[in-house]
Ligand binder design. Structure first.
Ligand code: 13P
Length: 339
């Protein structure tokens, strides 16, 4: 493990005003996104869409890295430039999703476990050779008002995250460790805080037991928010206070950065909440974004698969990148949405 290189890559990912684009939708997930704009999910359409994102003007000011899916890591632009090279030449670091998705946890109905550890050492060696400098593994934690998640499901998921993180560090790849407590359901913000706390506490115990160098990883958590169907929805300030309180209790200061997932929040909410979180700073870690839907939903809507709306879609994408860049230092306001 080359800890100096891991530290450099992690620091570059969470550089001032910058964060990650999560464009690593697996084939079934991107099909869902394309279905919503009535676009067929062919390999060529997926390539065209990723090219639109990766070639948008000016995004390198706010986007430090992109998480790619295996297929995309091997694709090229219409001009024949491999995406990995195209991104690297813009100063954007290529990363790779390495988990194989969340499946039902046997005998623990309602809980899920992420698969993908078998063969991971060999896959990481290949990904590193292809140019990936960081990786992502997403654990999915189901939550309800009292029974979910089962403590054993939390344990199984954080154990898998720690094994993944160790293999990444061994391969000189920065692991992004993503334990996502879902926002589906009616639970309130207090329940989300309790479950997120429990997950982060056992995650860092497990990472420590696996001898992970905390200085060379990034954490990708959910924000502490209420379930989507909860009748009482907290304001950004309350979300920010609960999120920072929870992180301060359970995340070691040695971690260089925390990059939030958007998890189904609207693009505006994800930006406003990140800005409110940063307004409470400074904190021991950089607090940034690694958004999928919150960066891409308006882009897909503007594009709809049409060549003549590509430029407009790229402008929409740049705007979301810029606003999240401002949220990195807490200077975003809702009035900027109109510009
Ligand atoms: P969302 O921001 O859409 O939650 O996606 C981030 C991600 O990479 C989930 O694994």
């Amino acid at each position: 493990m080359n800890i100096d290189e891991l530290k450099l890559v992690a620091a570059a990912i969470v550089a001032k005003q910058k964060g990650l684009l999560a464009a690593d939708e697996s084939s079934p997930t991107i099909k869902k996104r394309f279905d919503a704009i009535q676009l067929e999910s062919t390999e060529e359409n997926r390539r065209r869409y990723r090219e639109l994102l990766f070639t948008a003007g000016g995004i390198e000011r706010y986007i430090s890295g992109v998480i790619l899916f295996d297929e995309t890591l091997r694709q090229s632009s219409s001009g024949g430039i491999p995406f990995v090279r195209l991104l690297s030449e813009r100063g954007i670091i290529p990363g790779i999703k390495v988990d194989k998705g969340a499946k039902s946890l046997a005998l623990y109905s309602g809980n899920q476990i992420t698969e993908g550890l078998d063969g991971l050492r060999d896959r990481l060696a290949e990904y590193r050779q292809l140019g990936a400098r960081f990786a992502k593994w997403r654990a999915v934690i189901q939550i309800d008002e009292c029974e979910l998640p089962a403590p054993y499901a939390v344990h199984a998921n954080v154990h898998a995250l720690a094994r993944y993180a160790a293999l990444c560090q061994e391969a000189d790849i920065v692991p992004i460790v993503e334990p996502e407590v879902l926002m589906d359901g009616k639970h309130g913000i207090e329940r989300c805080e309790a479950v997120t706390s429990q997950v982060l506490k056992s995650l860092f115990e497990e990472l420590d037991a696996h001898r992970i160098a905390f200085e060379g990883i990034l954490l990708k958590p959910n924000m502490v928010i209420a379930g989507l169907k909860c009748p009482s929805q907290p304001e950004p300030r309350q979300i920010a206070e609960a999120t920072v309180r929870c992180l301060k209790r359970y995340v070691p200061a040695a971690i260089p950065g925390i990059v939030f997932l958007s998890g189904g929040q609207s693009p505006q909410d994800a930006t406003a909440n990140l800005s409110a979180i940063n307004e409470l700073g400074p904190q021991p870690w950089q607090l940034s974004f690694s958004y999928g839907r919150a960066l891409q939903a308006p882009v897909l809507d503007a594009w709809k698969g049409r060549d003549d709306s590509k430029v407009k879609a790229q402008e929409v994408f740049f705007k979301r990148c810029r606003l999240n860049g401002l949220a990195r230092d807490g200077t975003y306001t809702e009035s900027m949405e109109g510009n």
